[in-house]
Design a protein around this ligand. Structure first.
Ligand SMILES: [Zn+2]
Ligand SMILES: [Zn+2]
Length: 60
C-alpha cells in the first residue's frame, strides 16, 4: 500500500490525494500500486484544483 498525502482545501473542503511514497511492492516497479493509504492529512489554503478538475485526481 503506497502512501499519499490528503490535501484538504480550507476554502471549499475538497480533498485531493497526492502521491508521497511507494510501498515495497510499488518501489520495485517504481509505480504506485493499486492500494492507496493516507499517510498524512494536510490543510492547504491555496487554489483548489479539484474545483477545476476531478476529485482525488492523482498527481503526476
Ligand atoms: Zn503500494
Ligand atoms: Zn474545491
Amino acid at each position: 500500500m503506497c502512501n499519499y498525502y490528503r490535501h484538504v482545501y480550507a476554502s471549499c473542503g475538497h480533498t485531493r490525494l497526492v502521491f508521497a511514497e511507494h510501498c515495497k511492492a510499488g518501489a520495485r516497479v517504481q509505480r504506485p500500486c493499486k492500494q492507496r493509504t493516507v499517510w498524512q492529512t494536510i490543510e492547504v489554503s491555496g487554489d483548489c484544483r479539484p474545483c477545476g478538475g476531478t476529485e482525488d485526481e492523482l498527481a503526476d
